[in-house]
Design a protein around this ligand. Sequence first.
Ligand SMILES: [Zn+2]
Length: 268
Amino acid sequence: MDILTHTLSGIAVGTVISNASTSKIKDKLPILFLAGFGAALPDLDAISLWSGFDAKIGHFFNLKVSGKEIYSGKYWFSHHAFLHSATAAILLSSVIGLFIHLKHGLINGFARNIKQSFIQNRHLILAFFLGFLIHLFEDMPTPASTWGGVNFFWPFKTYIGGTGHIWWWNNYDIFLIVVAVIIINLNMAIVQNYRKYPIGKVSIGVFLIGLLLSLYQIKTRNYNFAYEGHTPQYEVYENKSKEIQKKILGETVFHWMEQLDKKLPVYF
Ligand SMILES: [Zn+2]
């Protein structure tokens, strides 16, 4: 799935956590940031596709294989491997928690121990963790390709997903659902600033409705995008996916989304 929908899905999770926390708006923004950051981070393992990878990183680490082979391969640092695992989510969330503890300690003195620090910053750490996880779940209904899903339980070798329910890109309907969840939850947070009422549970409800709608969309593409390895049918799948989107969204909205797609510097 594309990096923009991934990042925004993380922010959508972040809106639920920030609306459930009782902190001030300025303290809620880092929650949204960390959730979005966590949701974007797994695709850092696609760095091996970067044109300068072989000459710079590959050369530095004395790698015997090219970036392209690494990307499609089953090395722990390949795409959909370690960085697409729950293990990485736990480890990196701990690193984030530790980083926050050290940063706070260096500025204000180490009055709190690590455990107290993790409890106090639980919203931030949870936002990163759940943002990271939602990315992994979103990649599962894409085609198996050379990996066969995501290596969710790394270091175990099993790959999960790769079902081909959706195409890699142009899942505009899901993008729009995610944006709607963010807008509704952020608006509730703004209103809550003036009229104090608890919005935590309503925000979870909004998120769950968005999740169910997305699952419905994923399950009702009525087309099988599944393939293993590489496919000569790439263009066919891509066009079919766009055709399905046009049917779901109608000509006008589809046109808007295509315009947005063309303006973005990333695959969308
Ligand atoms: Zn991914």
